[in-house]
Design a protein around this ligand. Structure first.
Ligand SMILES: [Zn+2]
Length: 212
């Protein structure tokens, strides 16, 4: 499995395209906000001859769903996410306004709901769904055992963790979830967070200040 990261929208969110040798792709957290960001993603897909067949969300905060309307219109995909986060989608416009971004287009409703223990597939690839609440109630991480790759959403960052002061957040649940469900993965697993640089499970176990 290959990946390509696009940093999108005023919150510098990581939109991740996963793809493999079959030419099928999954888009995770499509945060495209401007026309330019949509065009950049579309041109990448076209230049690599990729066909997006799956849209996933680690969670449904506004900065992770800005591009969902566009994904639906252009590729016919509705996002797969945890049901517990649906309320965030319903309040996305107010939530974005609260964070200083007025006049955003309401995102479309989520499609299939996914939960801890599920496996999501595209092409010849699959990812395990690992739920970690606390940043949002329905926070999900996506893990490829074969590729030793984890998409951690806003749960775990390089040297930090997600904030827990948004609606439905819980700091203790967040830290416990990271310890029990992410830090049990092999140390060499590469982590792509929802914002900021890449890291590894080993690096975060040793140096993340929230766990020392
Ligand atoms: Zn978030």
């Amino acid at each position: 499995m290959d990946y390509k990261i696009f940093v999108n929208n005023p919150w510098q969110e990581n939109t991740i395209v996963l793809y493999d040798e079959t030419g099928e792709a999954a888009v995770v957290d499509c945060g495209c906000f401007s026309k330019e960001e949509e065009v950049r993603l579309q041109e990448f897909l076209q230049s690599e001859n990729l066909r997006p067949v799956l849209l996933l969300n680690t969670h449904l905060h506004p900065d992770h769903v800005f591009g969902n309307r566009w994904m639906k219109d252009v590729y016919g995909l509705s996002t797969c996410a945890a049901r517990e986060d649906d309320f965030l989608l319903e309040h996305a416009v107010e939530f974005a306004a609260m964070l200083g971004l007025k006049g955003v287009t309401p995102p479309p409703a989520a499609g299939e709901s996914i939960r801890h223990g599920d496996v999501v597939r595209f092409g010849a690839s699959e990812m395990q769904v690992i739920a970690v609440g606390g940043h949002s109630p329905g926070g999900l991480c996506f893990y490829s055992e074969r590729d030793k790759l984890l998409l951690s959403g806003d749960v775990l960052f390089a040297g930090s963790v997600g904030r827990s002061d948004f609606p439905g957040g819980n700091g203790e649940e967040l830290l416990a979830g990271i310890r029990e469900r992410l830090f049990v993965l092999p140390e060499e697993v590469k982590v792509i967070p929802g914002h900021g640089p890449l890291t590894t499970i080993g690096e975060e176990k040793r140096h993340n200040p929230f766990f020392s």
